[in-house]
Ligand binder design. Structure first.
Ligand SMILES: Nc1ncnc2c1ncn2[C@@H]1O[C@H](COP(=O)(O)OP(=O)(O)OP(=O)(O)O)[C@@H](O)[C@H]1O
Ligand SMILES: [Mg+2]
Length: 211
């Protein structure tokens, strides 16, 4: 049964720990049991903010789709489904050309091989410029939300995995979700933070040799 837009229906998809692919603070991400092209995200707990995350992401995705059409560098959402672990959001699974799950910037920094810092800074910078040029309102620019997908020509493509940000604004009155100049200022601040976090976590993981 394919995913439907709106409320989940039909027999629940069976998800279990063997299918677990990644975890964020709010959701766990599973391989779709019937399709390697898809993932299913479910709430990681019973807190309201966790239970609402899928709805916020779907809303965020639909907002981007209305405003920009189908964007090349974001993972696409297909709708909500019932699962044995609660309501799930079905999204494209981001894989490299050889079929392995694409690693996030965080995964690259924490991989056993020494990551190429200048490559990570360059691709993150490229992604931030893309947001700026197209005026895309994405703000959750954290290291685990950006996958680097290796393509057939060996070039990496950044893909944003987590679109709930616009509707997950913790400001008391979320002006920056609606006022363009505040949104742009926030995005530029978050872009600078992304680059400095890449440097920070890289230095923690791979400290320069003592003189
Ligand atoms: N479309 C996808 N394809 C492959 N892996 C994914 C995909 N979406 C998410 N993941 C993996 O699952 C992890 C958690 O996903 P996601 O960021 O959606 O969860 P979250 O709990 O909403 O995040 P946050 O902690 O930022 O609130 C990601 O860091 C990534 O490792
Ligand atoms: Mg996330």
């Amino acid at each position: 049964m394919g995913p439907k837009k709106g409320a989940p229906s039909g027999p629940p998809l069976h998800l279990d720990e063997r299918l677990l692919l990644g975890r964020g603070q709010l959701r766990a991400c599973y391989h779709h049991p019937d399709s390697p092209e898809l993932v299913v995200k479910v709430a990681a707990g019973q807190a309201k903010v966790q239970l609402q995350a899928n709805h916020k992401e779907l809303k965020g995705y639909r907002f981007l789709l209305r405003r920009h059409g189908r964007l090349e560098w974001v993972s696409h959402c297909h709708g909500l489904v019932a699962t044995t672990l609660g309501e799930g959001l079905v999204c494209d699974c981001i894989r490299d050309v050889d079929g392995t799950i694409s690693r996030t910037i965080w995964d690259h920094i924490h991989s056993p091989e020494e990551p190429d810092l200048s490559f990570l800074l360059a691709i993150a910078g490229q992604f931030c410029r893309y947001l700026e040029e197209k005026d895309i309102w994405l703000f959750d620019l954290n290291l685990k939300n950006i996958a680097l997908q290796r393509q057939a020509d060996g070039v990496y493509r950044p893909v944003f995995l987590d679109l709930k940000g616009r509707y997950d604004n913790n400001e008391f009155i979320p002006f920056s979700s609606y006022i363009p100049c505040l949104a742009r200022r926030k995005r530029r601040r978050r872009a600078r933070q992304l680059l400095s976090r890449i440097r920070h976590f890289h230095a923690l993981r791979h400290p320069p040799p003592a003189p």
